[in-house]
Design a protein around this ligand. Structure first.
Ligand code: AMP
Length: 417
């Protein structure tokens, strides 16, 4: 169902409460909290500028970290207000409350086009409880609601869901911001009726994390390419050897059921034919859980089975070449999950090859390439290719749930059109 867009709102002189994702990485330097990556702030600028140009009085709400319902100075949004002002090139007011008299006074004092950032919504325990009284206090700050925080839309919290429903009950509107709109378009509409061939690449650690996505996409895809540690559960299910690799023994049935569904629907379902494996050296150290830490050494490529005592960490070059060829012929590509433990450069080649193939298909044959959030977005950015694909989702858990077909509370709460 299409959602009301911020582009179609009449907001001149109105107070607009906009939920944004300012959960930025921060670190303490010389006694002050410093923002390490401003991407999430920069991404909100277009919707903010649009609302400013429409003469809205803009009130921004966001969470930062996990303060567990208590005021935690290191998680204050004050530094974000300063950074936003710098990026926006216009002043941003800040109020050290989220709701209540002081916040209401600050919201009411805004002139058309002015911007106010509220203090971290999670300083209030009622936020994550989606408390109706707290939601109503938030709703008192505004006439209209906009949600541009796709990454938080899978949470039914007061600022993502409760407040929208209350404002609507009071006669106001609740719309999607420009960022949110793009997420719904690319992860939703574009995949409903994809240009064909539609190739889905799935990787990451666990079959159990991705099975609902696999199951849903098998209804749409022409080809599914599997990589990452989850491929080893498929290998195990076929009676192959997986050495010391990450596997989910309890999910071999799940893996076989996915393959059976693919076969029934005529979906090509490819698994890796070769693997980058490594021996494991005991470092003598223990991890936080008290388990011994092993260092992968002597990485090498094997075909077929993964030898006893070794662990698989990446798809091999033959698999990468096959996958790249399939991607080259695609008109729509969706990618979720890395092909290996890409954080270690020795095991990043498979993920990089897929990233490059995706970019080539986008640039040379006009394929739509959609990166479904989380670690694959990190991987494509690490390869410096983030801006060369059609769309990279800003959501992690939210993207996965959306791709599974689960209605997101933060999206459901918005007006339909
Ligand atoms: P996910 O969040 O399920 O997409 O999984 C991403 C994580 O899976 C990344 O941190 C990767 O390092 C990890 N991963 C992918 N392939 C492997 C592998 N073969 N062995 C261990 N970890 C892997």
């Amino acid at each position: 169902m299409a959602k009301l867009s911020v582009r179609n709102l009449e907001v001149t002189g109105k107070r607009v409460l906009m939920r944004v994702d300012y959960n930025v990485p921060m670190e303490e330097k010389a006694g002050a909290m410093v923002i390490n990556d401003v991407t999430r702030i920069r991404e909100t600028l277009q919707t903010i500028r649009l609302l400013q140009s429409k003469g809205a009085r803009l009130i921004l709400a966001a969470h930062l970290g996990r303060p567990d319902g208590k005021r935690e100075p290191s998680m204050s949004l004050q530094p974000v207000a300063d950074k936003l002002a710098e990026l926006l090139g216009s002043p941003v007011k800040f109020v050290d409350e989220t709701v209540g008299e002081k916040a209401e006074a600050a919201a009411n004092a805004l002139a058309n086009g002015e911007v106010l950032l509220l203090e971290n919504v999670r300083f209030q325990a009622e936020e994550e409880a989606n408390d109706p009284v707290f939601s109503a206090r938030l709703a008192r700050l505004a006439d209209v609601y906009v949600n541009d925080a796709f990454g938080a839309a899978h949470r039914a919290h007061a600022s993502t869901c409760g407040v929208a429903r209350i404002l609507r009950a009071w006669g106001g509107q609740a719309a999607a911001g420009l960022l949110m709109e793009r997420e719904l378009k690319f992860l939703g509409d574009e995949l409903e009726t994809p240009a064909r061939p539609f190739v889905v690449i799935l990787g990451g650690a666990k079959v159990s994390d991705k099975i609902k996505v696999i199951d849903r996409l098998l209804e749409k895809a022409d080809t599914v390419l599997i990589g990452g540690a989850m491929a080893y559960t498929f290998k195990l299910a076929h009676g192959g050897k997986t050495g010391k690799s990450l596997v989910e023994k309890d999910h071999t049935g799940t893996a076989l059921a996915a393959e059976a569904k693919a076969a029934k629907r005529g979906v090509q379902f490819l698994l890796p034919t070769d693997t980058v494996v490594a021996d494991l050296k005991d470092t003598g150290k223990l991890n936080k859980k008290g388990k011994p830490v092993f260092e992968p050494i002597n990485p090498r490529v094997v075909e077929g089975d993964i030898p006893d005592g070794t662990e698989g960490f990446d798809i091999g070059p033959a698999t990468a070449a096959t996958y790249a060829k399939v991607i080259a012929g695609a008109k729509t590509v969706l990618w979720n999950g890395p092909m290996g433990m890409f954080e270690d450069a020795r095991f990043a080649a498979g993920t990089q090859a897929v990233a490059q193939a995706l970019v080539a298909a986008t640039q040379t044959s006009g394929a739509k390439s959609i990166i479904g959030g989380g670690d694959s977005v990190k991987a494509i950015n690490k390869a410096g290719l983030g801006d060369k694909v059609t769309f990279a989702s800003t959501g992690g858990g939210a993207s996965l749930e959306f791709l599974e077909g689960i209605p997101l509370p933060g999206v459901s709460a918005l007006n339909d059109v």
